[in-house]
Design a protein around this ligand. Sequence first.
Ligand code: FES
Ligand code: FES
Length: 166
Amino acid sequence: MAKLTVNGKEHEFQAEPATPLLWVLREQLQLTGTKYGCGIAQCGACTVHIDGVATRSCVRPLSSLKPEQEVVTIEGLSRNGTHPVQRAWRTLDVPQCGFCQSGMIMAVSALLKHKPQPTDAEIDAAITNICRCGTYNRVRAAIHWVARGNATRAERAVQPSEGSAA
Ligand code: FES
Ligand code: FES
């Protein structure tokens, strides 16, 4: 029996130690907001937070995680989609097909938590997620929208794992 803390809740489930975290999230825990794109850490569709750090879950075996580590998925980023990054995404209409966007939002929210006002160069270095629809310009605009303080103080205070819906 394996244990994992995801979105503030402890889960127990059956899985082989070599199972990638992505498949535990999607198959064992039914958290299907995290997507499978490439399976080789290239596209970022599977990005989640592990102890606040953006992590590509397709290449993190279950055996590399401790039960006390905090995994946050798009479903747990905020209560009712109120994270400032989610608000920016809606306000600036960032997604097109949407497939890459939960990974993109998780990568961006981790960046802004550690670097609230990133430069374009810092954005380019940190956000290497692939979007086949080419939303890169709107992603960049949304990051700057949050950095400029368009999100309210209350929204900025929302912490990961505070709620369970994205
Ligand atoms: S599915 Fe994990 S990086 Fe592409
Ligand atoms: S919005 Fe379609 S792949 Fe990014």
